[in-house]
Design a protein around this ligand. Structure first.
Ligand SMILES: *Cc1c(COP(=O)(O)O)cnc(C)c1O
Length: 318
């Protein structure tokens, strides 16, 4: 991804010592019988998810600033990615996770040398504990949600798509949305390419949420938010995304929309991906389930050039 160094904000060159070859992920047809749909295999990343694109930039900033300790709140792929780059930078990482986070995720973070702090309560309680620790210790808050540099790293996803697609963006981007880093990254990258005169239009974004936790979908359709319940697509189950208004505005700007998928559709999509050789975690299968749902309500999508990211590897969830 450092091919796009010119558009990634850094203040020094710590990234040169931290990079593990993140980005530059392959594109492939999902199935040759459906040539309008391609996948970008984001799980071929050092810690097996697209979060590496943002984590390397965030930890490079911390390293350039001479930080000795950082704090992050995520039991998922962001926590793992930040722990990995912090290890490379020789920065101590304290990772706050929900007490109910699966043991496999905790041990993955611990193997990367980070200190895991389980917190009882909601996602918000975990964030509060992390922020309290930042306040009392003066550590660097390596938040993938709040620190915009994370999104600017993730933005390389769109630049790669553009270059790999013959210097043109596809018609439709199907994207998962939890905290919205990938949606916002594609919106920012699209605006940059537009401003530079390198594309004529923004691609339409179809944002996918779980039917069990869909604040972006509800806000986009101007409905009162529903109560969230647990889903197997836990990586997109964010009940109060901090950047909700920007996410909704970006979807409108792209001429896009939202779809929701239930857990059964996610299981079916995971099996479909497996049947053509792609082993992804549940959350990462939600995007294909979302495309299938969008196609059912709008058959013209079959004539559009569509790209779906495969965000996380199958080994991440049982
Ligand atoms: C982080 C993540 C998402 C959701 O991304 P947001 O930036 O939270 O919208 C989706 N899938 C996987 C596998 C992820 O790790």
């Amino acid at each position: 991804m450092w091919r796009y160094e010119a558009v990634v904000p850094t203040i020094g060159d710590a990234w040169r010592g931290l990079t593990m070859g993140e980005g530059h992920t392959p594109m492939a047809f999902l199935d040759p019988s459906e040539p309008n749909v391609r996948v970008k295999v984001e799980y071929m990343s050092p810690t097996l998810s697209f979060k590496d694109r943002g984590a390397v930039v965030l930890v490079a900033l911390a390293a350039d600033l001479g930080v000795e300790r950082l704090v992050v709140d995520s039991s998922g792929n962001a926590g793992t990615a930040i722990a990995a780059y912090a290890a490379r930078a020789g920065i101590r990482a304290d990772v706050f996770v929900g007490a109910s986070a699966p043991a496999s995720k905790r041990t993955q973070i611990e193997r990367l040398g980070a200190i895991v702090h389980p917190v009882e309560g909601t996602r918000e309680d975990v964030a509060e504990a992390a922020i309290a620790s930042v306040r009392s210790s003066g550590a660097f808050y390596a938040s993938h949600v709040h620190n915009p540099l994370f999104v600017h790293g993730v933005k390389t996803y769109l630049y790669e798509l553009w270059e790999g697609n013959g210097r043109a963006l596809p018609d439709v981007l199907v994207l998962p949305v939890g905290n919205g880093t990938l949606v916002l990254a594609c919106a920012i990258g699209g605006r940059e390419l537009l401003r530079a005169g390198l594309v004529a239009d923004l691609p339409r974004i179809i944002a996918v949420q779980s039917a069990r936790c869909c604040p972006v979908h509800d806000a986009f359709h101007e409905r009162a938010p529903r109560r969230a319940t647990p889903t197997i697509a836990d990586g997109i189950a964010i009940s109060r995304p901090a950047r909700l208004p920007q996410i909704v505005a970006s979807l409108h700007e792209s001429g896009g929309t939202t779809v929701v998928v239930d857990d059964d559709a996610v299981r079916v999509a995971r099996a479909e991906l497996g049947s053509v050789g792609f082993d992804v975690e549940h959350t990462a299968a939600a995007t294909l389930a979302g495309y299938r749902a969008a196609l059912a309500s709008d058959p013209t999508l079959a004539e559009r050039d569509v790209v779906i990211p495969l965000c996380g590897a199958g080994l991440k969830t049982p």
